[in-house]
Design a protein around this ligand. Structure first.
Ligand code: PA5
Length: 435
């Protein structure tokens, strides 16, 4: 298996390797809870074995539906919020061209809805949908979340007006609960193909269910390779019993050691703009899993070098409350040379024999050096390249590390009671019956 390395060589500022090693028994105990299901949240551990248990029949049907949607669409609208869209978006944005809009004849371009209530966003989306053939994947585990329900009602009405009710039904796939919820009932009544989110998999751990697999397959990426990567990482996470063999235990131990030493914020840092949704997915994963009982590292993110020109000052010299976790990718998929210019008016001829990746790596090294000297502990997670396989590895790695880390923190990593607070107020303000 291609390796995924977790390096904590730069974290010596606030914690030492020895302090982290002392947490190995805690990390192993947390892993035992995940494997034995003997701690709070045990009803939501279906994701642990998911890569091994994904049904071949379900996968075959899903690929057939994906091919059908691809064949009839230049656009795919993915409707969902939180765990019902961030995983798919992370993978698709990591793999597709930043300028994929130009390639929408070859692959459907994916746009998102149901993650916002911004009125102009929907007006702009409807304008776009007027001019393009499109299909819809609507995702909601509960089937009752307001944002995707509103978005689906708007998009469904447009789709039915554009294609007629019966043809529109052939352009919609629903992913929801097996038995209950408004989306389940609509899908049954309208005859939409439906995929199930297993009861024992929470939204933020659901990217390897149809929630992530279907949109990713429609977008044209190899979901088998992604599952292979997740399976390989699952073996490492389940088998490795010391910190050097098990990157997930190591990462969980490091972040808990740093939290106990007074660190309050963890920033996920990448030098590749196509990983920005990895940070969004990661923020939800760790934020919803650990942010409870007034505990937990606040997940934040930096895209470098972009954000060094906005957040860099604070990280270097502001309040000392953060650690950084760099996701480093060794090889780019392509190369772009820096052209020679005889006049050298911009003074950058010294870069001409370097690749952009070398330049970016020097920027990253320089950043790590600067932040460490400024008192910021740094962890590095290193992968060879970004493709479906390594994304599968990273997904499983972060999920497993999150489960371990949450149990080390002594919270239930698999509930999210705090998310309900805003909903009650919103429903009251909107006059929803019963609120
Ligand atoms: O991780 C979670 O459970 C949440 O972020 C949910 O995914 C999000 O609230 C959407 O819920 P649902 O899929 O029920 O619409």
């Amino acid at each position: 298996m291609e390796q995924l390395n977790v390096k904590i060589g730069h974290s010596a500022v606030k914690t030492t390797e020895a302090t982290v090693n002392q947490l190995l028994p805690d990390a192993l105990a947390a892993r035992t809870h995940l494997l034995n299901g003997d701690a709070p949240g045990s009803d939501f551990l279906g994701w642990v074995n998911l890569p091994e248990e994904v049904s071949p029949d379900m996968l075959a049907g899903l690929k057939a539906d994906a091919a059908r949607l691809r064949g009839q669409s230049r656009l795919l609208v993915v409707i969902g919020i939180g765990g019902s869209y961030l995983g798919a978006r992370m993978v698709i944005e990591a793999l597709q061209s930043e300028f994929a809009w130009n390639e929408r004849d070859a692959k459907p371009y994916v746009v998102y809805a149901g993650h916002t209530l911004g009125e102009d966003y929907y007006n702009q989306l409807l304008t776009l949908l007027e001019h393009e053939d499109y299909s819809v994947v609507v995702i909601s585990k509960s089937g009752t979340t307001t944002e995707p329900a509103v978005a689906f009602r708007i998009v469904k009405a447009h789709l039915e007006k554009k294609y007629g009710k019966s043809a529109a039904a052939g352009r919609i796939v629903a992913i929801t609960d097996a038995r209950k919820g408004a989306l389940h009932d609509i899908a049954v009544k309208e005859g939409y193909p439906m995929y199930v989110i297993p009861d024992n998999v929470g939204g933020r751990f659901s990217v390897l269910t149809p929630v992530g697999l279907l949109p990713i397959a429609v977008a044209g990426y190899d979901i088998d390779r992604m599952l292979d990567g997740a399976r390989a990482m699952r073996r490492v996470c389940l088998e490795g019993s010391n910190l050097e063999d098990n990157p997930a235990l190591k990462y969980a131990a490091v972040r808990n050691a740093l939290y106990r030493s007074g660190i309050k914020v963890e920033m996920l840092v990448s030098a590749l703009p196509n990983l920005r949704y990895m940070a969004e997915w990661w923020k939800q994963l760790f934020g919803e899993s650990e942010g409870k009982d007034h505990k937990g590292l606040l997940p934040h993110s930096l895209s470098i070098t972009t954000d060094l020109h906005s957040m860099g000052q604070y990280v270097q010299e502001g309040e000392r409350l953060m650690m950084e976790t760099f996701v480093r990718v060794k090889q780019p998929a392509t190369h772009v040379p820096v052209p020679t210019d005889e006049e050298n008016l911009d003074g950058i001829n010294y870069l001409v024999n370097k690749t952009l990746t070398e330049i970016n790596d020097c920027a990253t090294e320089g950043t790590i050096e600067a932040h460490v000297s400024g008192g910021v502990p740094v962890v590095e997670i290193e992968v060879e390249r970004i493709d479906e396989y390594t994304l599968g590895q990273l997904i499983y790695f972060f999920e497993f590390a999150c489960g371990v880390s949450g149990y080390m923190l002594k919270v239930n990593p698999f509930d999210q009671p705090g998310v309900e607070a805003y909903k009650k107020n919103m429903f009251r303000l909107l006059g929803k019956p019963g609120f």
